[in-house]
Design a binder for this molecule. Structure first.
Ligand code: GLN
Length: 509
């Protein structure tokens, strides 16, 4: 059994006995830091926030669902929490997850798996932010924070019927988020609706100089200007081609072009999910949006690249948990035998999946494998990014201009600083290839089969793009009595176009 008798200065921590094993810890109210003052305020109905337990809080330990950190207390609070508390948010609890964010079903937790609610106890809640997702779904909080490295907010949102948003990389502060794979880690929002996501997002996007990857105020305004300018130019081009409604609203369905990535129509795609995808596209079309088949040819390599890069970063991140600098120390070690302390501590502290990732990452970073795995995966990542940039109408504001910009000569001149002709504003696809599987089925899967769940979420992660999962009901002919009858549809947008992605999701509600 885990020791959870961590004493705070002012009281005892309670293991939260909440439905679904959604929470690891409840905060000690006396240890709560005073809320700093902020300019925005969260709506009253969104103030109680559940926080994934890999995001540091002062009022509780931050365990990452690992024995290694079972009593770890951070000396500081995560930047995103400071921002949300300054908008009147309160932490109602720390939620359960796959250890260090590694997993897709929230079953890899040292505190026991997150479970779904009756009658779906045997159905996966998704992972790794499964505790946050089910806490929102069962109204144990108003909204929740999760982290999304390769889909960990979007997948559980899809499996539990809530809305899950992953922002552009660098948009929400990662200061105080325990790193898994730094180059893809983001803090995501889980909430009952896209409108709620928007309210939370607005309160969480201050630049944070303590996170070196947080976009600075200057970069943000450059991105904003670039996107506004590109949109204006795109509007002019479409007007010229007669593809524009009279109003200047580029979130109006009539003015929107939706990309359907043909490579996402994979053989393994469940019939029910395919039919939901069609339903979603039909909603867009019926309301006047233009549907455009697009090709993202490198998508098929994205999953393999992700599962090389993420474990490589994880192996290097997790090397600090050696029982000396961080984390619990295994008993039975003797002084002067450092390696025994390290290996005992790590052997005791980490779960199976975490150990698997460390081994995988250490191998792909080793001199013999580096060229064939790590560097190749980096190249694939670049190609996946290019695929997206090629199809979006708005160019990636972070990419340098590749040709000189003719726009100053004529506003309606098509973009020249893109890799291809402007095609679409958003990409719409399923969040996962199947609806939530049963835990019994998950238990029979090997790790590679489990990784397949992330096939539609990792491409946006590799490219750092904003993406939202919106719940959709399964059509009547595919309904099953023993299964939740919904899954998620994902909307992906260009880097920095976060607000528009959420606005489009709002319009589907
Ligand atoms: N399932 C993926 C993994 O295990 C995604 C995890 C995440 O986004 N934190 O790596």
């Amino acid at each position: 059994m885990l020791r959870l008798a961590a004493q705070s200065a002012t009281g005892t921590l309670h293991r939260a006995l909440a439905p679904g094993n959604a929470f690891i810890l409840q905060p000690d109210p006396d240890a709560r830091a005073p809320a700093p003052e902020g300019k925005n305020v969260l709506p009253y109905a969104l103030r109680g926030m559940a926080v994934k337990d890999n995001i540091t809080t002062l009022s509780t330990p931050t365990t990452c669902a690992s024995k290694t950190l079972e009593t770890y207390r951070s000396p500081f609070e995560a930047g995103v929490l400071e921002q949300l508390r300054s908008c009147m948010g309160t932490v109602v609890g720390k939620t359960n997850l796959d250890e260090f964010g590694m997993g897709s079903h929230s079953t890899n937790s040292a505190f026991g798996p997150v479970t779904n609610t009756t009658p779906f106890e045997r159905i996966s809640v998704g992972g790794s932010s499964g505790g946050s997702a089910i806490a929102v779904a069962t109204l144990q909080c108003d909204m929740a924070l999760g982290t999304d490295t390769g889909g960990s907010v979007r997948l559980p949102a899809a499996y539990t019927g809530v809305t899950g948003f992953k922002p552009s990389y660098g948009r929400i502060s990662r200061w105080g988020v325990v790193p898994y794979a730094n180059s893809m880690d983001t803090v995501g929002i889980l909430a009952p609706s896209a409108t709620s996501v928007m309210s939370v997002f607005r309160c969480a996007i201050e630049p944070d100089p303590r996170d070196p990857t947080s976009l600075t105020g200057e970069t943000r305004s450059r991105i904003r200007q670039s996107i506004t300018k590109s949109r204006k130019r795109e509007r002019a081009r479409r007007k010229r081609l007669g593809q524009w409604e009279s109003e200047d609203d580029d979130t109006k369905f009539m003015n929107v072009r939706i990309g359907i990535p043909v490579e996402y129509n994979i053989e393994e795609l469940d019939h029910g999910v395919r039919s939901i995808w069609k339903d979603a596209l039909e909603i867009f079309q019926v309301n006047g949006a233009t549907l455009v088949p697009i090709s993202l040819p490198n998508t098929k390599h994205a999953l393999s690249a992700y599962y090389v890069l993420a474990p490589a970063e994880a192996a290097s991140n997790l090397s600090k948990y050696d029982g000396v600098r961080y984390g619990s120390r295994a008993e039975g070690w003797r002084e002067g035998t450092g390696h025994v302390l390290y290996s005992n501590t790590r052997g005791y502290g980490f779960g199976e999946e975490v150990k698997r990732r460390i081994l995988l990452g250490s191998y792909t970073l080793s001199s013999e494998a580096r060229d064939n795995y790590f560097l190749k995966a980096q190249k694939v990542r670049r190609l996946v990014q290019r695929d997206f940039d090629r199809v979006f109408a708005v160019p990636n504001p972070l990419l340098p201009t590749q040709h000189f910009d003719l726009s100053d000569l004529d506003e309606s001149t098509p973009m020249m600083d893109k890799l291809g002709p402007p095609q679409v504003d958003f990409i719409v696809c399923p969040t996962a290839p199947t609806a939530a599987p049963s835990l019994q089925y998950v238990a029979t899967q090997n790790s590679v089969d489990t990784y397949m769940n992330d096939v539609f979420t990792v491409p946006a992660s590799l490219a750092g793009l904003p993406a939202i999962s919106v719940p959709f009901s399964i059509s009547r002919q595919h309904k099953r009595r023993d299964h939740p009858n919904y899954t998620g549809i994902q909307i992906i947008g260009q880097f920095g176009d976060d607000q528009r992605v959420i606005t489009i999701a709002e319009k589907l509600e």
